[in-house]
Design a protein around this ligand. Sequence first.
Ligand code: BGC
Length: 480
Amino acid sequence: GPCVKAHLKTIPPLCVHYVTFCLIQVKRFLEPFRLSQKTLQDISSRLTQDMIKGLGRHSHHKAPVKMLPTFVRATPDGTEKGDFLALDLGGTNFRVLHVRVNEDEKSVLKMDSEICAIPQEIMTGTGEQLFDHIAACLGTFLEKQGLKEQVLPLGFTFSFPCEQKEIDKSILIRWTKGFNCSGVEGRDVVQLLKEAVRRQGDYEIGTVAMVNDTVGTMMSCGYRDQSCEIGMIIGTGTNACYMEEMCNVKRVEGEGGRMCINTEWGGFGDDGSLRDIQTQFDLEVDRSSINPGVHIFEKMISGMYLGEIVRLLLVKMTEDKILFSGKVSEKLRTSGAFLTKFISEIEHGSFQRILSDLGLQWSTADLRAVHLICDTVSSRSAQLCAAALAAVANRIRTNRGLDHLDTTVGVDGTVFKKHPTFSAELRSMVHKLAPKCTLKFIVSEDGSGKGAAMVTAVAQRIAAQSHLIDDSDEDELEEN
Ligand code: BGC
């Protein structure tokens, strides 16, 4: 078209009409991605209902939002201390850390850490291979640090949905985020780790505390700000945890105090409850994922999937001749070719290289359109997170019978941290959806590493742990 070589700032008058015309078509296409405040409010209420279902002793089994007890009953009180190891599996990388908690300075120091890549074939290989790889990385790290003779307590940040029986017994419910190792679902991850360490044979580990990354994030912020009662991750995956009243945690013995609940809100919609807002592109992302039908909410929000949603939009609009003169490049057709980080880069204003690397030729109208597509997909993600966070904050507020709640959210994750407008958009929408809650956001500094050490430290401080009530008999009755 006439606009092919035009630059954004010097569009000839004739082209203005053309650009506007294209944008109207693009906007029409993006309509299903725009959610009204009323819809978001409604989604927030649906999540509230699902949270109640997940907490119930009998409704829990069929609940899409699992509301898992974490056996973390207290946030740090500042008296924790000691040296710890931390493992962090489930985000962008696998890491091993040596962490020191200093009581006097109320600080958590990362003494050393190392990143070990997890090759693709291990991510989808056998569980034994995965845990051998982890134990080997840990062994190498201890060797290098001269720690091999010590037996240190270990915090294991394992960022997948686990049914925790105790702080050191944690059954994997299912893999998410591209992991799919055989023979691990339904097994105790602590035991698998310990067996792998035994197979290494040349070092030992002390007590193990299992930690979801959301919990680590809450706890690491909690050391600095004792009103931190929510942990949230918007990275490769998405999830949140918060402090719930024990009397509402029907699946765990005891009525007093509070316990941190790992909501696993990524599973919201797994029973079809979000069908009305899923677009054809969301359905396609789900269908072509390695775990179709599960973690529906996560697939509309997190870094593992956002780029793919944008890619599918670009392909479809190009096929419909709305973009790139109708020419879809080979590269653009390749699944996973449009990385989520491109969305941030494009919204920051850098396009040319990304599009040319994708083998595309663009006009000014295309540039505007691509920007709008990225903006729409990331905004929807921020708004959906806001709806979910509003549900959690309101729950804490009503639990405590408060007219107004002031609390702090510890946050981590690449989408939240790297995207230029994500956090601002999230905050402003939470404010609208939960006007009776004032939330302060703290970006966690390495919650998965330091937070895991913190959980281990707090767990050691609070020796008495309660146990999960075994409700299997009653369930059989219920089902008959
Ligand atoms: C997992 C959660 C985790 C979240 C963020 C999800 O896929 O199910 O356990 O907290 O990702 O890493």
